[in-house]
Design a protein around this ligand. Sequence first.
Ligand code: FAD
Ligand code: NAP
Length: 606
Amino acid sequence: MPPPGQVRLPDPDAVKLRVRSLISTHWVMIFSKSYCPFCRKVKDLFHTLGVEYSALELDKIDDGPNIQEALLELTSQRTVPNVFINGNHIGGCDQTFQAYHDGTLQKLLGNEKGEEMESYDYDLIIIGGGSGGLACSKEAATLGKKVMVLDYVVPTPLGTTWGLGGTCVNVGCIPKKLMHQAALLGQALQDSRKFGWEYDQQVKHNWETMVEGIQNYIGSLNWGYRVALREKTVTYLNAYGEFIGPHKIKAINRKGQETFYTAQTFVIATGERPRYLGIPGDKEYCITSDDLFSLPYCPGKTLVVGASYVALECAGFLTSLGLDVTVMVRSILLRGFDQEMAEKAGAYMETHGVKLIRKFVPIEIIKLEDGMPGKLKVIAKSTEGSQVIEGEYNTVLIAVGRDACTRTIGLDKIGVKMNETNGKIPVNDEEQTNVPYVYAIGDILEGKLELTPVAIQAGKLLARRLFGGSSVKCDYVNVPTTVFTPLEYGCCGFPEEKAIELFGQENIEVYHTYFWPLEWTIPNRDNNTCYAKIICNKINDNRVIGLHVLGPNAGEITQGFGAAMKCGITKELLDETIGIHPTSAEVFTTMGITKSSGKDISQSGC
Ligand code: FAD
Ligand code: NAP
């Protein structure tokens, strides 16, 4: 018997002889098909490793099918690629990559030359210590790998900087949700009088106290991340990482000192930073979300430019904290979201004090007065004509989207492709770039959701696939999300307009209703404002393909229904579910009115 994995003894058959001869005379032999993406992936791997190989494209030769038959007999594998190194049968694409990731491939490649393959400083280097990078690094280290994470924050134009953990912890989800909470408490204080609370003191908000509390909490999280990396024996470097050649990076620290490291595998998780408008005065005088959450003074009268998640969330809590806030909207609210819901969220904001200037964009920002805050003049022009308007504000918050941090990390040095227009990195369904040893996760991915739990899930699963023998991929479908506007908007699945586009109006049924949260009744707040709807696919058992809710605690409500949608919940199953009374979420278990019926959905009680 030949040793395990070795090809069996020669067969008299001519085709088999030819196959055997190809295997034995070529150091790396790949039986391939020219159109097969898996074959391409394997060839790319050897190419990147700088290893010469021979590939026989079976679809290009007459006796290709016979060779495939012979391979089946020799290796019990019919599919291509079918890879051999020094006569050893490696297998197909998955097995080749598995061998690459566990180091067997390198050993086999090294042995023939009588030398060790290059040994690397690390099994894995991750550039970017945010949501995705940290999750991936800790998982890889748990699986016994030698891991390094580099994290470096380039200060904002105003000089703001922060600690380990990336956007979410320092300048994203965490401080945003805490400021949203500060705003909700203000509303709760107002409601409380109606519930019998009596207090004499004047109630006012102190910006500095809120920021101090939030920043102290963030400081504790930064520290916690450092400790967690140390406990998992992940090497953390507070330095800017940049590729300088295959498998090699340069790390530049705060003092400009350079060090160099190599690794077998790399993960890029560099995230995004706020985009500026590119108009006179924007970088000099305006702030972005990167500055807002640690701003040492109350921003005062504020103009928020932009109309998506960041813009509306920030405008919402600033208004609820008592500031005079205007949002300048270029086109629509919350592009990509269900527009009926987006407009309802916007309408609630307007009735609660947020001013919207629609179809205008700033063209110049002029400083009128220094100060904390100072005073700025904003000149804006209509997107529909030549009308120009001016306004004076203490603070201008630019929230017009974010740019991927991919243009200055040496991707060109190793040939990693990116979308030149938006800097995003395309990857396959295993988060692998076009360079086989380089992966990418999180906000920098092309066509994927920019959310913390998505980055974390992708990072964790990637580490398990690379080093833990797992094949589970990140599922980017039916990801629930919530916009933390004053009236929260949670959703999962398709917006109504997208469902109509994909399935046809005649194949979907929309159930909807207004609802009045019980806690809003005594203060007599905003009846017929909270709204819920589900979109069902009639031709697929009335499966719920879109779920939308506008109301208090929408994030908490949406999470559970997100799980139900992952399990394929149908309208019938929702109807069979018994509600929890009295809650807002129970509204989804009792929805009887279809939009197409045109029936009245207004509520007069909870
Ligand atoms: P990041 O968390 O951005 O981490 C990337 C890290 O890499 C950063 O620390 C960066 O400084 C560092 N870096 C960049 N280049 C280099 C380099 N060359 N070398 C070393 N280090 C480098 N998502 C939600 O799910 N819920 C929310 O409520 C939510 N709210 C948000 C509110 C705001 C205001 C913003 C801006 C975002 C919000 N997000 C929210 C989105 C969420 O923050 C991101 O999706 C998430 O942080 C992405 O994680 P990441 O790992 O891709 O990148
Ligand atoms: P975004 O979703 O890319 O939206 C950009 C907004 O800015 C749009 O309203 C856009 O208007 C507007 N805009 C773009 N260029 C402009 C210009 N030159 N002048 C005026 N307006 C302009 O960006 P984002 O709000 O920064 O959010 C980034 C990502 O972070 C989101 O995709 C989200 O995944 C994540 N995030 C999540 C949460 C959460 O989970 N709660 C919160 C915040 C952020 P148009 O519609 O006209 O293009």
